[in-house]
Write a protein that binds this ligand. Structure first.
Ligand code: GRF
Length: 188
């Protein structure tokens, strides 16, 4: 059983999909969610984690430098005996301080093919390109912006999608299925 922290900065729908599979699916045999962490106290996902009965912690950045902030995060994770980190809409680039403390033990989900689009707004990018299909990527995290080794990808059928909201709805449905499944394989 791997004690895992989920990092969020926003609504936390991927976090919820993972928590569901921990409670009801195969993932529960392999992952224990020891902490949901956020850099933003107002992240709506934090309240959802509280409702799910998971420990939560928030550490506002308050002007700290990236490495200084991440050193505090590492300290916090040690207190909770965290072995593995799942980024799920965590909107900060990690410094080597955090990445090196968890070698090949930090993963992220990205709403595009990380070889084609990095950074924010992956669904808007797909929508503006007018593509028939986009790709969701789960990858290891390094100190770059969506540059870590790819673990798994899944495609999203965008044929007939007539709004950005529809692109996002279809993409998130794929994310919510893919992420728990990949985590279960990784932690097996
Ligand atoms: C997802 O699209 C994820 O791929 C990206 O940020 C978004 C987070 O959404 N990294 P949510 O907070 O999990 O709902």
């Amino acid at each position: 059983m791997t004690k895992t922290a989920i990092f969020i900065s926003g609504r936390g729908s991927n976090m919820q999909a993972i928590l569901e599979q921990v409670h009801q699916g195969e993932l529960g045999k392999r992952m224990q969610v020891g902490l949901v962490f956020s850099n933003l106290p107002q992240a709506p996902g934090l309240l959802k984690a509280v409702e799910a009965g998971v420990p939560v912690a928030c550490l506002p950045v308050q002007g700290r430098k990236r490495a200084e902030y991440d050193a505090l995060v590492v300290e916090l994770l040690r207190i909770y005996d965290i072995e593995f980190i799942v980024l799920a809409g965590y909107m900060r680039i990690l410094s080597p301080v955090l990445v090196d403390a968890f070698p090949r033990r930090i993963v992220n989900i990205h709403p595009a093919d990380t070889r084609r689009h990095q950074g924010l707004d992956g669904y808007r990018w797909a929508w503006e390109q007018g593509v028939q299909e986009t790709t969701i990527t789960v990858h290891y995290v390094d100190s770059g912006l969506d540059t870590g080794e790819i673990i798994a990808q899944a495609s999203v059928d965008l044929r007939g999608a007539d709004s950005l909201q529809e692109v996002e709805r279809r993409g998130l449905a794929v994310e919510h299925a893919l992420y728990p499944q990949v985590l279960s394989q990784l932690l097996a």
